[in-house]
Design a binder for this molecule. Structure first.
Ligand SMILES: *Cc1c(COP(=O)(O)O)cnc(C)c1O
Length: 398
């Protein structure tokens, strides 16, 4: 029997893998020490667990353990990277380049820096959600200190040409930071191959716990320096003070190790399910795929069904399927998604979009149910819609 509701919002958060929970549990009770306590075995055991997790996380992205700074998640890591670089490299310049389709963590931090005196270039994207590399290079000035472009978009799954971006950054001696929160654990990411200087990731997007994440900070060629944003105690080599979340970090480490081992088999299973879902729903009249078909995460698809409001659609299937609509990823606001708008979608099509995020625990039965349910709900809503009737009667609605 299929258990309802079906969870297809893995880009918002993933469930914790039971193996991750099992690895974390002892660190709440028996091994509860403070990793900074140097004077007794409780502290040593906690420190050893953190060191091990640091290796596990570093390995997943091809980094050295010393290059990882543990944080409370990707939002904090993004804040540390952007604000830390802005303050540290003030002597070189105040210019940061980013794109309109970034996650709110990057957009809002850049807006904050803009108020503090930074000059921000907000690159546009094309209909596929991709930036123009020539436009990126042309935006660089002698004052440019950082390019911040995500690895993969959380709403559309579109993967950026990270290696080409890093080549441009290197050529002009500009640091490159990538919010890789959606990509890490889902597709191969390697900070050296990809030429990334700063990278953010989050445990709860890769089957680990909420409240744990990390910032990768390159130590060699070039050595990246940051101004700390949280002071006190000098933890994490002075870059992020505060008692370490040992259970969370152990969970992040275990989650990273499992992704490393199972990424290939997970993708081999999830990609056909995603494609099956996508193909079936694109058979509906006037339905569209949002974002590049080719350069995309294997577990994500974002679709618009013209003349069907996604909020009404979600009510239509009565909370039997958990997913996100194109009315902002922070479902608190009902603005049309800034990502879809930047790609040139009309408000109407942006409001008609659904984001499907599959994951390690998605089953073929759930996908079959989703195809049936959404097809029925779209058809039913259109059958009772005067606008749909006009469209079918050939009335020009343009
Ligand atoms: C989820 C997400 C974040 C924020 O991560 P938290 O750990 O929840 O703070 C940042 N960027 C992207 C692309 C995300 O998907």
């Amino acid at each position: 029997m299929l258990q309802l509701p079906v969870y297809l919002d893995n880009n918002a958060t993933t469930p914790c893998d039971p193996r991750v929970v099992a690895a974390m549990l002892p660190y709440f009770t028996e091994t509860f020490g403070n990793a900074a306590s140097r004077s007794h075995p409780f502290g040593w055991a906690a420190e050893e667990a953190v060191d091990y997790a640091r290796e596990q996380v570093a390995r997943l992205i091809g980094a050295e353990p010393k290059e990882m700074v543990f944080t409370s998640g990707a939002t904090e890591a993004v804040n540390l990277a952007l604000k830390g670089v802005y303050e540290m490299y003030a002597g070189k310049g105040n210019h940061i380049i980013t794109a309109l389709t970034e996650h709110k963590a990057v957009l809002d931090t850049c807006r904050h820096l803009e108020k503090m005196g930074a000059r921000i270039t907000w690159l546009p994207v094309n209909a596929e959600g991709l930036i123009d590399l020539q436009e990126l290079e042309a935006a660089i000035t002698p004052q440019t200190i950082l390019i911040s472009l995500m690895y993969a978009n959380n709403e559309t799954g579109v993967i950026y040409p990270v290696q080409a971006i890093s080549e441009i950054a290197r050529k002009h001696d500009v640091l490159f930071m990538s919010d890789a929160t959606q990509a890490v654990g889902k597709v191969p990411v390697d900070v050296n191959n990809d030429g990334i200087d700063l990278l953010t990731l989050s445990a709860h997007k890769l089957y680990g716990p909420k409240g744990a994440g990390a910032l990768y900070v390159r130590r060699r060629s070039p050595r990246v320096r940051l101004t700390a944003q949280i002071d006190g105690g000098g933890h994490e080599r002075g870059m992020r003070s505060g008692t370490l979340n040992v259970p969370g970090i152990v969970g992040l480490g275990k989650a990273a190790e499992l992704c490393m081992e199972e990424m290939t088999t997970d993708t081999a299973r999830i990609l056909p399910l995603r494609n099956q879902l996508e193909q079936a729903l694109l058979e509906l009249e006037l339905s569209f795929l949002n974002g590049s078909r080719q350069h995309r995460l294997p577990h994500t698809c974002n679709l618009s069904f013209k003349y069907v409001e996604s909020e009404a659609l979600m009510m239509g299937f009565n909370k039997k399927i958990a997913l996100s609509s194109g009315s902002a990823c922070t479902s608190a606001s009902l603005e049309p998604s800034h990502v879809l708008k930047a790609m040139g979608l009309s408000d109407e099509l942006a409001y008609a979009s659904l984001r499907f995020g599959l994951g390690r625990f998605t089953t073929a039965g759930q996908i079959a149910f989703t195809i049936r349910t959404i097809t029925e709900a779209v058809t039913q809503l259109r059958n009772t819609s005067p606008i749909w009737e006009m469209y079918k009667d050939g009335v020009d609605l343009g």
